[in-house]
Ligand binder design. Sequence first.
Ligand SMILES: NC(=O)c1ccc[n+]([C@@H]2O[C@H](COP(=O)([O-])OP(=O)(O)OC[C@H]3O[C@@H](n4cnc5c(N)ncnc54)[C@H](OP(=O)(O)O)[C@@H]3O)[C@@H](O)[C@H]2O)c1
Length: 233
Amino acid sequence: MTTHDATSPQRPDPWELPDVSDLVIGVLGGTGDQGRGLAYRLARAGQRVVVGSRAADRAAAVAEEIGHGVEGADNAECARRSDVVIVAVPWEGHARTLSSLTAELAGKLVVDCVNPLGFDKRGAYAIVPEEGSAAEQAQALLPDSRVTAAFHHLSAVLLKDPELERIDTDVMVLGESREDCATVQAIAQLIPGMRGVFAGRLRNAHQVEALVANLISVNRRYRAHAGIRLTDI
Ligand SMILES: NC(=O)c1ccc[n+]([C@@H]2O[C@H](COP(=O)([O-])OP(=O)(O)OC[C@H]3O[C@@H](n4cnc5c(N)ncnc54)[C@H](OP(=O)(O)O)[C@@H]3O)[C@@H](O)[C@H]2O)c1
């Protein structure tokens, strides 16, 4: 049995997460596989979601296809309308997209799910960004935003499949502020089957992003859509 000294402060319960139901969630690059999948799952769970695109009409068309009240806007308007903004653009467009949105993203909670990967005839491999990781590049480019990293290991195929009620997987959430991470963990947990798990500071985002190269190998070998589960928590 665990006993607690009445005079020592109780450790806060790490599974106690905030209510995020009022937050508007934007998805930059929300017309792509990952963004569209996340938008669909979050909207299906009852959240207000705005998908962003470089072209407002593309975003509007995808929003209509997704349904569940999802709105579409160009990336800048998507960022303005949202409280929490998920970055779901390809690594090649990451720096340019974020540099063009510093004003719109100021004061916002940004969630980076970008995996810097290269592909050659031997398969996928991790790229090491100059800043250490995509998430650290985002924080360097967005000094007035609070950057977290999450949702790297999800399969867009599973996210988009309307037949699947649950996606049983863990979402590792990294960031400098426990409060911001808790918000993102709570957002992950809006999706049935998902668990949001605090996984450290942004300086450790590189290996979380890079792990996707391994998951791609797993998927090819086993013809699967592998995710991750952390044990003993
Ligand atoms: N696919 C997955 O299963 C998965 C899982 C976890 C994480 N991720 C990460 O999520 C991100 C998006 O993946 P994805 O598969 O959805 O990619 P994607 O479909 O290739 O691209 C997403 C969207 O980004 C926009 N885009 C394309 N090139 C761009 C550029 N150079 N600059 C700015 N925007 C650009 C496009 O939207 P518009 O043309 O409408 O602007 C596109 O629809 C990647 O960084 C990936 O590492 C993907």
